[in-house]
Design a protein around this ligand. Structure first.
Ligand SMILES: Cc1cc2nc3c(=O)[nH]c(=O)nc-3n(C[C@H](O)[C@H](O)[C@H](O)COP(=O)(O)OP(=O)(O)OC[C@H]3O[C@@H](n4cnc5c(N)ncnc54)[C@H](O)[C@@H]3O)c2cc1C
Length: 415
């Protein structure tokens, strides 16, 4: 590839595409509207807590091979703590019941033959019936192929599916969820180990990528918003940025790694997901020592997952459009009450905290919206798409995002 590749957007899709291209010796220029990279997956210094926090807790698993390949390329593989053996502790905040999901080492979950290794109240038959998910495609909802009540649903599937799909679990598309299971749970324990950034999202996913790009001679322009694309004879001929027009040479290519709604505004006739779903996070400075597990799933609570790192406990709630309507202080009070109960902290006063509402955390991953995901190729010969909302076949996650960037880069590198 002899020309320049113009990468629009420096979220993880744009960064992964740029990294892959730069590693192959291709000339790359990245344009990012914000003053920083990382998009929906980043860290920043919070003045209230006086520490670096992530915009939201992000969990990846050891089976996410694009994550591992990306970190390996940018030299950041040591920045994740891969916690093994995989254990997922849960607490029912109402009843006080605790249980832990521990995937088997092999592909066949023999341990489920023993009632003590199952989720409390779930029968072997409940587990066996879940295999109907395997045959269901993108057009089916989870509720059309799985029982959406009972112990196994309430205590395992619902909390896992909502965290992965960021959509009402019963109404989520079955296809992407099944592919996640196929690449993690179905492969056994070694593919399910939580991989948690040691010092935050930017330290793992963003800063090393920017350093890598700089070292390869790639240019990254911040505060450079894409305002329009000029189109001539079936190709992109110019890029209008906030600081002027960039003429696209005949052997140049463009990767749009912009959010779905921005891409849909800039690219005529682009069909893209157009409904979104919020995630609410709360970060609290913990006035007491570190907890035993780095994370805990909560049932019968507003908070869904608690993560603890460096004296800060962080709460995640997915599919949180309704919660996001509440004032931040009200949300903080609710979360803190539940944290105190979960960790037996008594009535500790609300500490320094920050609530972050990401109203468009991902697109809504129902069959209808999944069906609107476009392919990487477009009708414009030199324009390619990347992003978690493009047709990655996976849910809108880091793993899918990185694969979309890699795919766009591979298509261009192959030209
Ligand atoms: C709170 C939260 C929690 C999450 N939890 C998880 C998790 O646990 N596990 C997981 O795998 N995934 C999780 N995700 C999803 C994951 O963060 C996303 O899938 C991924 O970051 C999407 O990356 P992207 O590059 O496709 O999009 P974005 O990150 O949105 O990147 C797009 C970039 O384009 C820039 N941009 C926008 N408009 C313009 C313009 N006009 N000109 C130039 N640049 C522009 C933006 O500033 C941004 O940097 C979570 C997301 C959120 C928000």
């Amino acid at each position: 590839m002899s020309g320049t590749v113009h990468v629009l957007g420096a979220g993880l899709a744009g960064l992964s595409a740029a990294v892959k291209l730069a590693a192959a010796g291709t000339k790359v220029v990245v344009y990012e509207a914000a003053g920083h990279a990382g998009g929906r997956c980043r860290s920043f210094h919070d003045t209230e807590i006086d520490a670096a926090i992530d915009n939201g807790n992000h969990l990846v698993l050891s089976g996410n091979h694009a994550v591992m390949a990306y970190l390996d390329t940018i030299g950041a593989e040591d920045t994740l703590d891969v916690v093994g053996p995989a254990r997922f502790p849960f607490l029912d905040l109402q009843s006080g019941l605790r249980w832990t999901v521990e995937p088997d080492r092999g592909r066949i979950p023999w341990s489920l033959l023993s009632a003590s290794r199952r989720v409390p109240g779930a029968s072997l038959g409940d587990y066996l019936r879940c295999w109907r998910l395997a045959g269901a495609g993108d057009g089916k909802t989870i509720e059309s192929c799985m029982k959406t009540n009972g112990a196994l649903w309430d205590r395992f599937w619902a909390p896992i599916i909502i965290a992965v799909m960021n959509t009402d679990p019963a109404l989520s598309s079955a296809g992407p969820m099944w592919r996640v299971i196929k690449e993690t749970l179905a492969l056994g324990e070694a593919a399910c180990r939580p991989a948690i950034p040691k010092r935050g999202l930017s330290h793992s996913f963003v800063d090393p990528a920017l350093a890598f790009l700089r070292a390869q001679g790639a240019a990254v322009h911040f505060n450079e918003r894409i305002r329009g694309l000029g189109m001539t004879n079936g190709r992109i001929s110019s890029i209008e940025t906030s600081s002027g027009e960039v003429v696209v040479a005949s052997d140049d290519r463009i990767i749009s790694a912009l959010p779905a709604s921005v891409a849909a505004d800039l690219i005529p006739d682009l069909q893209a997901p157009d409904r979104f779903s919020a995630i609410v996070n709360g970060h609290f400075r913990l006035p007491v020592g570190h907890q035993e597990s780095p994370f805990l799933g909560l049932i019968n609570a507003t908070a869904e997952w608690l993560f603890v790192r460096d004296g800060i406990v962080s709460v995640t709630v997915s599919a949180a459009d309704d919660l996001a309507l509440q004032p931040a202080e009200q949300i903080a009070e609710t979360f803190w009450g539940e944290i105190c109960k979960a960790y037996d902290l008594g009535n500790l006063a609300l500490p320094a905290h920050r609530v972050i509402k990401e109203r468009r955390a991902t697109f809504l991953q129902t069959p209808d919206q999944i069906g609107r995901r476009p392919d990487c190729r477009t009708q414009w010969g030199n324009l390619f798409l990347a992003g978690d909302w493009t047709d990655t076949s996976l849910p809108a996650t880091i793993e899918g995002t990185l694969r979309s960037g890699f795919k766009a880069a591979a298509m261009i590198n192959a030209l």
